[in-house]
Design a protein around this ligand. Sequence first.
Ligand code: URA
Length: 241
Amino acid sequence: MRLDKFLNDCGIGTRKQLKEYIKNGMVKVDGVTASKPDVQIDPEKNEILFSGENLTEGYAKYRYYIMNKPQGVVSATTDNHDTTVIDLIDTKFDKDLAPVGRLDKDTEGLLVITNDGKLSHSLLSPKKHVEKEYEVHTLKPVSDDDIKKLSEGVDIGDEKPTMPAKAFIEEKDGKKLLHLIIHEGRFHQVKRMLNAVDNEVTFLRRIRMGQLSLDESLEPGEYRELTDEELEQLKNNEKSF
Ligand code: URA
């Protein structure tokens, strides 16, 4: 890519400012002062310094993060009022980062964040049926009949009922906890499914997407890069039920 595009992606300045910076000798490529903004560079191979700061350290064309999204933060790239999940990521390379799908502001749990649009698109494609597993806290107990209805599909006011899902109860810390595994991504789907069985979600946490599970050592708001193995798991996202 062009040197000035890379510098602009790093938030160093506008194209016009960058022209000046380069003219003033503030940018070095592999130890040599750059003379033109349109010189071709590869940030994965070349070392770019701006005023002595190494901009290419830690650069990778594609970046993949796993986050335990906290409540109160929105799954968007920018927002006028709320903190976004991208605001939580401390990187100078956040330009094209975006969350893969959305969790509601009050939902916690697994969120993948990447600048790999192709992977994101594939994970979100309705045709791929990528499973999403949620722990669902409810206002009222969930009956066997509710489990049956949630599993078979319920009318949530859309044109079509929800597709077959997996629903089961786990005993956790002496309490009964509903798990719901869906492979669609309709707006507020889990909340609306519980409303359809005359119940209400009081707390929602996503714990899995495809083969990728939430890292339980990540506190809400924490994130880290995906390991190569996890990235493989994510790419291996065919429906598994
Ligand atoms: N379903 C919901 O209702 N909310 C979410 O955040 C995710 C799935």
